[in-house]
Design a protein around this ligand. Structure first.
Ligand SMILES: [Zn+2]
Length: 192
C-alpha cells in the first residue's frame, strides 16, 4: 500500500511554499483530516499502523484530541482493543475527560496523525504515567521530526517525511519568488 499516495491523492499532503504556525517556511504541508474524511482511507491507514504495532501487544490505544481521534480509533478497531482520547483543557494541560480511566490498562499505544516535535505524544505519555498506565509504543501516519523515539519508546510510522523548514530570510523558495501560502486559508500572503 502506498500510504504517501493516499495523502497526495486527497491533498492531505501538498507541496509548495507554506507559512507554518511556527513562523517558519516549508516546502510541504500535511493536513491528515483531508485523507481521514474518507472512511476507506482512514481504514487503510489504521490497518497499516495496527500491523506495525501489533507486536507490542497493546491493550489500549490512546490519542491526543482532536487530530489523533479518527486514526487512533481506526487503529484500535483493527487491534480489537479499547480507544481513549486525551483533550487539552482551557489551561493548556492534557487531561482525560468523559470518565475515561486508563489506569486499568498495562500496554498502551499512543497514536497521532502527525508527529513533528513529539510534544503532544510526550504530554499524553506523562498523563498516562500519572494514572500508572504504561506506554509500550507510539505511532503516527507521518513522522515529520526525524525522531526515532519519544522518551525512549519507539515511534512506528507509515510515512517518513522529514520536514524541510526554513527561516524566512534563509528560505530558498522565497529567493525563487514562489508565492507563500498560509495553509487552510487559500490566501497568498507574502512573497508575491
Ligand atoms: Zn519562504
Amino acid at each position: 500500500m502506498d500510504y504517501k499516495k493516499i495523502l497526495e491523492d486527497t491533498d492531505a499532503l501538498i507541496h509548495g511554499h507554506f507559512l507554518l504556525s511556527s513562523g517558519l517556511h516549508s516546502d510541504s504541508y500535511i493536513q491528515c483530516a483531508k485523507a481521514l474524511k474518507f472512511p476507506w482511507y482512514a481504514e487503510e491507514l489504521g490497518y497499516g499502523i495496527s500491523v506495525k504495532i501489533s507486536a507490542y501487544n497493546p491493550d489500549c490505544v490512546v490519542s491526543p484530541a482532536i487530530g489523533g481521534i479518527i486514526i487512533g480509533y481506526e487503529v484500535s478497531k483493527h487491534l480489537n482493543v479499547p480507544f481513549l482520547f486525551a483533550e487539552r483543557t482551557d489551561d493548556g494541560t492534557m487531561r482525560f475527560r468523559r470518565d475515561f480511566d486508563p489506569s486499568q490498562f498495562k500496554r498502551i499505544a499512543i497514536v497521532e496523525d502527525v508527529i513533528t516535535t513529539g510534544k503532544s505524544t510526550k504530554e499524553v505519555m506523562e498523563l498516562l504515567h500519572e494514572y500508572g498506565a504504561p506506554t509500550v509504543c507510539t505511532a503516527s501516519i507521518a513522522n515529520r521530526g526525524n525522531l526515532n523515539e519519544i522518551n525512549g519508546f519507539p515511534i512506528k510510522t507509515l510515512i517518513e517525511l522529514p520536514l524541510n523548514n526554513y527561516k524566512a530570510e534563509e528560505c530558498p523558495l522565497c529567493k525563487d519568488k514562489v508565492p507563500l501560502v498560509k495553509p487552510g486559508t487559500r490566501k497568498f500572503t507574502i512573497g508575491l
